[in-house]
Design a protein around this ligand. Structure first.
Ligand code: TYD
Length: 136
């Protein structure tokens, strides 16, 4: 699976409503150890602005919409996430920024590891330097 891949999540619909499901090892290649979500996001707020060294994540717009930019140090991709029936996979060594949140946006993130600040690149320059070093 490549960062930026869209993962369709099965949705079972009947007259009682819809049920979407996501199972590790079936829809995702990694086990989920942590779930967090962004909500009540003020207008013009920018979230993310970091990359991870080893973490695997999947991101779902559970409500509303927002824009996601991914940058692996070589190429950029942009998405508008507004559907709770698919997830975006984001692997290690990908800089991400989230912006243009609607007032009702909820961004849920499934993560392969517990929170660990040492897994972050919080400086874009440090991230690019690490990408260059890995390429050598
Ligand atoms: P931050 O990484 O800045 O959020 P984002 O980059 O997704 O916009 O996290 C905000 C704060 O929350 C920061 O102090 C770290 C803390 N935090 C946790 O304690 N646990 C977590 O799982 C995450 C993602 C963040």
């Amino acid at each position: 699976m490549q960062s930026g891949d869209l993962i369709p999540l099965p949705c079972i619909r009947d007259e009682r409503g819809s049920l979407s499901v996501l199972e590790t090892g079936i829809h995702f290649p990694f086990p989920i150890k942590r779930i967090y979500y962004l909500h009540k996001i003020p207008d013009r707020s920018v979230r993310g602005a970091h990359a991870h060294k080893a973490l695997h994540q999947a991101m779902i717009a559970m409500n509303g919409s927002f824009d996601l930019r991914l940058d692996d140090g070589h190429a950029q991709k942009e998405y508008t996430l507004n559907c709770r029936e698919r997830a975006v996979y984001i692997g290690p060594m990908v800089w991400r920024e989230l912006c243009n949140f609607s007032a009702d946006a909820i961004c849920m993130v499934l993560a392969s590891e517990h929170y660990d600040e040492t897994d972050y690149y919080r400086s874009y320059e440090d991230f690019i330097q690490a990408v260059r070093e890995k390429a050598q």
